[in-house]
Design a protein around this ligand. Sequence first.
Ligand SMILES: [Zn+2]
Length: 167
Amino acid sequence: MKAEKNNVVSLTYELRITGKDGEVIDTAKENQPLDFIYGSGMMLPKFEENLANLKADDSFDFMLTAEEGYGVRNEENLADVPMNVFQQDGKIEEGLLVVGNVIPLQDQEGNRFNGQVVSLTDETVKLDFNHPLAGEKLYFTGKILSIRESTKQELEHGHVHSHGHDH
Ligand SMILES: [Zn+2]
């Protein structure tokens, strides 16, 4: 069976940024592989494209450009947010607004997103809303462990039922 639309692919991987000798920033090992439904929009499209037609035991090794990955950095995704937004009961949690911290936020529609603190003034916090991997080249290596057909229920739920996830 091959990696193609609606099959459940289970794989190990290592993700390095910048290139083959770059820092490893994410891994999935055999005892806790990455499982996903191929072609269902869970993964980066170019990631799946590079796995197309691979089978169990095949290894992979490929690079995605920033555009193929999480996009290029956009300086318009920086914003000065008034300090009082972060107040709860008139106070700001100690240690929350520190340069480098990633702060979970929610907009009025309930969408969740993260902003990283870039700098602070007395009245405002400059937050960076770019994806943490925006602008990075992504180098993936790994191995396909198994490929199977997805069940009807998995397709309905849009996720894989295995490795402890079941209901
Ligand atoms: Zn489910």
